[in-house]
Design a protein around this ligand. Structure first.
Ligand code: ATP
Length: 131
C-alpha cells in the first residue's frame, strides 16, 4: 500500500507501507491494504506507519485522510517525523500559547491558542520518544 503524506510545503512521506494508523476526531483508525474506500478528517496528534515491520511515528497537524484500499493520502497543514522536530521552537510555541491562554477572553482566539498548544505538545511528545 502506498502512503503519501503531503503538506502545502512538501511531500513528507511517499513510500510503500504495511499499514498506517491515523488519529481521527472519533479515535484511532488502522488502515491496511484493501481497506474500504474512506475519507475522514484527522485530529492533531501522533500517527504512525509500519514498514518492514518497523513503526515510524510522526506528528500530523490535522487535515484529511483518504484511501481507496491501494493508497492512503494524508493532506495536512503540517506534519513532521520525529527527527525533524525542533524542540526549542516547539517549547517556545508552547509557552506562547500558554501565556495567551492566561490572557485571552475571546472564544475564537482561545480556540486558536488551544490548537497551537496542542500542536506544540504533540511535537514535544513525539520528540521525547513517546510516539
Ligand atoms: P510556530 O508557532 O513555532 O510556527 P506552529 O504550530 O504555528 O508553530 P505550524 O503552522 O503548525 O507551526 O507549521 C508551520 C511550518 O513549520 C510547518 O512546515 C511545520 O512543519 C513547521 N514547524 C512548526 N513547528 C515546528 C517544530 N517545532 N519543528 C519542526 N518544524 C516545525
Amino acid at each position: 500500500m502506498l502512503l503519501k503524506i503531503v503538506t502545502p510545503e512538501r511531500v513528507v512521506v511517499e513510500t510503500e507501507v504495511e499499514s498506517f494508523v491515523g488519529k481521527t476526531v472519533d479515535g484511532m483508525i488502522g488502515i491496511q491494504s484493501r481497506h474500504i474506500p474512506l475519507v475522514t478528517p484527522l485530529a492533531i496528534g501522533i500517527m504512525s506507519y509500519t514498514q518492514n515491520g518497523k513503526k515510524y511515528p510522526l506528528a500530523v497537524m490535522g487535515g484529511m485522510l483518504s484511501t481507496d484500499g491501494k493508497q492512503v493520502t494524508v493532506l495536512s497543514d503540517a506534519a513532521e517525523l520525529s527527527r525533524e522536530i525542533d524542540t526549542v521552537r516547539a517549547n517556545r510555541a508552547k509557552e506562547r500559547a500558554e501565556a495567551e491562554l492566561r490572557q485571552l477572553t475571546d472564544r475564537r482566539e482561545i480556540a486558536l491558542a488551544q490548537e497551537s498548544l496542542t500542536r506544540a505538545l504533540t511535537r514535544l511528545k513525539l520528540a521525547n520518544g513517546k510516539g
